[in-house]
Design a protein around this ligand. Structure first.
Ligand code: S3P
Length: 464
């Protein structure tokens, strides 16, 4: 048995610098790691079931290991066997124990916000913290509804972590209209609602990823979903006995996005990505790439444990600019940085509308994409919550030195851009790539990409 405990990138002292260069076409087959959103939920909902949940294909990235470590600290038995299957010994709804130390959620907003939902229904105090990136992110969006339900929460100014939460066994069921389209906030309220007597409802004007709802239904929770004038209304009946489940986790479409875009923009490429999650609330990037002229085929569509899955084949083709409407943002919220790499190579102008939420991700992604593209010689600007990119109609100049700002997706997006640029692109530190895509550089090199990485205390040396 391997007993994985959380560690996160900031605990490794030496930055890891990486450089991507244009080279051969990408070809072959790559197995992308398990879906991060579903992996967090498998651990958390498995922890609340009565009996043993088994999860196959769990993402063994630092974000998910932080969730596992937090749950273990609250009395949940979580182990992984030699064949890679994870077993979660559920303690039942309301059955967690008070943690005897601060819960360190690493780099993960999903872990932090969803755990708050669980903790709201437990009559003890817990303190949550995270790395420099997570401690800068807004938690007010979960503090507001969970406080309304009866949890007591205190945070640093601006609703930032560290925060403390004292839950209660007497949570009030509420009806909550999401002020921002956020699956994390929706899920935090639904997880708290699981602990409250009666019915808790969340209403979302724009549909966000629904993995929590699908998994709760799969585990026997009473869930009602209706379309109303205000949007989608999800109602959960609290205090159920959840059944343990066998959960098969598909490859993460948000991680598949990196080899997919690389294959689309590196001339001559032909790449196959098996068993990628095709949940309609997650695939805005692939629809957008097809609108840009990309050659993407979805083969063998099937259902795996309540989630749609397909094998993707991506062949390079010249792309044209695209206008991405705000209404599509929730279905591709994590994919804009890598879409920016595709837009930089396309002919014509691309406009990403309604992307203000990107300012509060692992970094301010609008600022990071703007700075990174500008450093690579691509014309780009932001106007309030929209981004405009002037495509180069082929390889962008490159040569940029990119600051990843503890943001895994910024690091991976600019490595992808470097594979199609005239000159190499260097990322100052790729350690946080381990949060969501362990082995990313090896996977890309396995497809023929030219990416080198080296640990270096002196950022002017290594990986050149
Ligand atoms: C996630 C929801 C999204 C996404 C994040 C994962 C989830 O965040 O950006 O990477 O698993 O629920 P928001 O809910 O803040 O949009």
């Amino acid at each position: 048995m391997i007993d994985n405990t959380a560690s996160h990138s900031s605990s490794r002292p030496t930055p890891r610098r990486a450089t991507a260069r244009a080279g051969a076409a990408l070809s072959g087959f790559a197995r992308v790691p398990g879906d991060k959103s579903i992996s967090h939920r498998a651990l958390m909902l498995g922890a609340l079931a009565v009996g043993t949940t088994r999860a196959e294909g769990l993402l063994e990235g630092e974000d998910v290991l932080a969730t596992a470590a937090a749950l273990r600290r609250m009395g949940v038995g979580i182990t992984r066997d030699e064949s890679g299957i994870w077993q979660i010994e559920g303690v039942g709804v309301g059955g967690l124990h008070a943690p005897d130390d601060v819960l360190d959620m690493g780099n993960s907003g999903t872990a932090a916000r969803l755990i708050c939902g669980l903790l709201a229904g437990h009559n003890f105090t817990a303190i949550l913290t995270g790395d420099d990136s997570l401690r800068a992110r807004p938690m007010g969006r979960v503090i507001a509804p969970l406080t309304e339900m009866g949890a007591q929460m205190a945070s640093r100014d601006g609703g930032r972590m560290p925060l403390s939460i004292t839950g209660t066994n007497d949570l009030l069921p509420i009806e909550y209209v999401l002020p921002v389209p956020s699956a994390q906030v929706k899920s935090a309220v639904l997880l708290a609602g699981l602990h409250a007597p009666g019915k808790t409802s969340v209403i979302e004007a724009m549909a966000t990823r629904d993995h929590t709802e699908r998994m709760l239904a799969h585990m026997g929770a009473e869930l009602e979903i209706t379309e109303t004038d205000e949007g989608r209304r999800i109602t959960i009946t609290g205090q159920p006995e959840l059944n343990p489940a066998e959960i098969q986790i598909p490859a993460d479409p948000s991680s598949a996005a990196f080899p997919a875009v690389a294959a689309a923009i590196v001339p001559g490429s032909n790449v196959y990505l098996p068993a990628v999650g095709m949940n309609p609330a997650r695939i805005g990037l692939f629809d957008t790439l097809v609108e840009m002229g990309a050659d993407i085929s979805r083969e063998n569509p099937r259902d795996v444990g309540g989630e749609p899955v397909a094998d993707l084949r991506i062949r390079a083709r010249s792309l044209k600019g695209v206008i991405v409407p705000a209404s599509r943002a929730p279905s591709m919220i994590d994919e804009y940085p890598v879409l920016a790499a595709a837009a930089a190579c396309a002919s014509g102008t691309s406009v990403f509308e309604g992307v203000g939420e990107l300012r509060v991700k692992e970094s301010d992604r609008l600022a990071a994409v703007e700075a990174g593209l500008a450093a690579c010689g691509v014309a780009v600007w932001t106007e309030e919550d929209r981004m405009v990119i002037q495509g180069c109609g082929g390889p962008p100049p490159g040569s940029g030195e990119i600051a990843a700002n503890l943001d895994h997706r910024i690091a991976m997006s600019f490595l992808v851009l470097g594979l199609a640029a005239k000159n190499p692109v260097t990322i100052d530190d790729v350690r946080t790539v381990e949060t969501s895509f362990p082995g990313f550089i090896e996977t890309m090199c396995g497809l023929g990409a030219d990416i080198t990485a080296a640990e270096t205390a002196d950022p002017s040396k290594g990986a050149a």
